[in-house]
Design a protein around this ligand. Structure first.
Ligand code: NO5
Ligand code: CA
Ligand code: CA
Ligand code: ZN
Length: 420
C-alpha cells in the first residue's frame, strides 16, 4: 500500500523547535503542512483561511494547511486542533496495513462502489478531532428497517492494528459477497450491520510516528500530571473501576480515566449504541469487539470471576458459552469468560451486556504468542488472520435474531425479546 501517512503529530508550539522562530511576523516563512482538524463547514474554512493560512486540501473535516507559525497559533486560538504532521504511516515492511488515511480512503471507495447496501457515517470525533467512521451495511441501507442489528468494533487499543484490518475485511466481505455468496446475501437482506473500524485513531496514528512502533495502548487525551491516555476498554460505565481490573494511576497502561466515559471515543460509541434504542428496545442484539492478541473468545463478565451475576443468569451464561464454543470451532481460538484471563472492569462487553442486553464478545486475534510478533505481526498474515474470523462473524450475525436458539431455548426470545 502506498503510504503518505502522517508523521509525528508533534504538538506545535511547546515542542517543535522549528516553530520557535524568533523572526518577526513579516519575515516568517510559510511552512507546513499542518493538519487542522474539525474544519467541517464553510464558516470553519473561512475562519481558517481568514488567518492568512492557505488551505491546500480538505477531506473529512481535516484541512492540510500551509501557514506561518503566527497563523498556526491563530488557528489554534480559534479552537481548531492543529498539528505539525509529516506523513509516514506504517514502516515499509508493514505497508500492507492501513493507517488512518488509508483506512478512510478504503471505506470511501467501498461506500462509493456499493451505495445501495453501504453507508459511511460518523460517530463524531476523537479527542484530537479525527473522525470516527461508522459503517452501515444492509439492504435498503438508507432506511431504518425492523431487522436485528449487529455491531463489530475495532481498535480500542492503539497498537492492535490488525483489528482495523479485521474491520476492513468485514466491510469487503459483506459488500463484495452480496449477491454472490448466499449466506452473506441473506444476512445483508435480513440484518442491519454496524461496523466501527477505528475506535482509537489518535492512539493508532501516534503508535506509527517517527518510523517506529511505540507500543501505545490508550487514547491520546491528556489526563493530568503531564500524562496522556485513558484505556478505552476500562472507561465504560458498568462497574467502572469497581474491582481492581483497571488502574487509577495516570501513567498506567490500564488507567480507567477520572470517571466513566471521560474519553470522547467511548462517549461517541456509547451515544450511538443508546441511539439504537427504539421504543425502549435496544436494536443491536450482538457484538464483537476486536482486540489482539492471544487467540481468545471472551464473554461477560470481566469484572467478576463468578459465572453468573446480576443481569447474567444461567441460561444467559450458557448461551454465551455455547456461542463462544461455536465460534471457536471455526477459528480455533480458546473460548472462556473474560475474567478467566484476568479481571477487567469498565470494559465494553460488560457495559453492552449489562445495560443494553447485547450478546457481546471480545475476540483477541492472532497471534497466540509474542514470538509470532505479539501486537505487531507482519503484514503477510493479514489475509489469513482476518479471513479466519469470517465464519464466526457470520455465525454471530445469524444468531442475532435469537441467541438463545444456540442452547435450544428459543422460547425465551418470545417471552423476553430483549433482555434489558
Ligand atoms: C483485553 C481483553 C482482556 C478484554 C483488555 O490485551 S488486551 O488489552 N487486548 N485484552 O485487557 O482490555
Ligand atoms: Ca435492511
Ligand atoms: Ca433497525
Ligand atoms: Zn486490546
Amino acid at each position: 500500500m502506498v503510504s503518505f501517512a502522517v508523521v509525528g503529530v508533534v504538538t506545535l508550539f511547546a515542542v517543535n523547535p522549528a516553530d520557535a522562530s524568533p523572526a518577526s511576523p513579516k519575515y516568517q516563512q510559510k511552512s507546513g503542512p499542518y493538519v487542522v482538524r474539525g474544519v467541517d463547514s464553510a464558516a470553519d474554512r473561512n475562519r481558517v483561511g481568514g488567518t492568512g493560512a492557505s488551505i491546500d486540501s480538505i477531506e473529512n473535516g481535516a484541512a492540510t494547511v500551509t501557514a506561518t507559525p503566527d497563523e498556526a497559533r491563530q488557528i489554534e486560538r480559534l479552537g481548531f486542533s492543529i498539528s505539525r504532521t509529516r506523513t509516514e504511516g506504517f514502516p515499509a515492511a508493514d505497508s500492507g496495513y492501513h493507517d488512518y488515511a488509508e483506512m478512510q480512503a478504503e471505506l470511501d471507495r467501498a461506500a462509493k462502489a456499493y451505495p445501495k447496501i453501504m453507508q459511511k457515517l460518523s460517530l463524531g470525533k476523537s479527542y484530537e478531532g479525527r473522525d470516527l467512521p461508522l459503517i452501515k451495511i444492509s439492504d435498503n441501507v438508507a432506511k431504518d428497517e425492523d431487522e436485528p442489528e449487529i455491531l463489530y468494533d475495532a481498535h480500542q487499543h492503539a497498537r492492535e492494528h490488525l483489528t482495523v484490518e479485521m474491520a476492513l475485511y468485514l466491510v469487503r466481505m459483506f459488500t463484495e459477497g452480496y449477491g454472490k455468496d448466499p449466506r452473506i446475501t441473506r444476512l445483508v437482506d435480513t440484518r442491519e450491520i454496524w461496523i466501527v473500524p477505528d475506535m482509537n485513531p489518535d492512539g493508532g496514528e501516534y503508535d506509527l510516528t517517527g518510523g517506529k512502533y511505540h507500543d501505545w495502548r490508550k487514547n491520546r487525551q491528556p489526563v493530568g500530571g503531564g500524562y496522556k491516555g485513558v484505556d478505552l476498554n476500562r472507561n465504560w460505565g458498568y462497574k467502572f473501576a469497581c474491582c481492581n481490573g483497571s488502574s487509577s494511576s495516570l501513567s498506567s497502561e490500564t488507567y480507567h480515566g477520572p470517571q466513566a466515559f471521560s474519553a470522547p471515543e467511548t462517549q461517541r460509541l456509547r451515544d450511538f449504541v443508546l441511539s439504537r434504542r427504539v421504543g425502549g428496545v435496544q436494536q443491536i442484539k450482538a457484538a464483537i469487539d476486536f482486540h489482539t492478541y492471544s487467540e481468545l473468545i471472551l464473554w461477560p463478565y470481566g469484572y467478576t470471576m463468578n459465572t453468573t451475576a446480576a443481569g447474567l443468569g444461567s441460561d444467559q451464561q450458557k448461551t454465551f458459552s455455547a456461542l463462544g464454543h461455536a465460534f471457536a470451532r471455526s477459528n480455533g481460538y480458546t473460548p472462556e469468560q473474560s475474567s478467566s484471563l484476568y479481571i477487567t472492569d469498565g470494559s465494553i462487553i460488560d457495559w453492552l451486556w449489562a445495560t443494553q442486553g447485547v450478546w457481546a464478545f471480545t475476540f483477541e486475534m492472532y497471534p497466540n504468542s509474542p514470538s509470532k510478533g505479539g501486537f505487531y505481526p507482519p503484514a503477510s498474515v493479514i489475509d489469513a488472520q482476518t479471513a479466519r474470523n469470517r465464519d464466526a462473524s457470520l455465525t454471530l450475525a445469524e444468531y442475532a435474531d435469537c441467541a438463545y436458539r444456540v442452547i435450544g431455548k428459543q422460547q425465551l426470545c418470545a417471552t423476553a425479546p430483549s433482555p434489558r
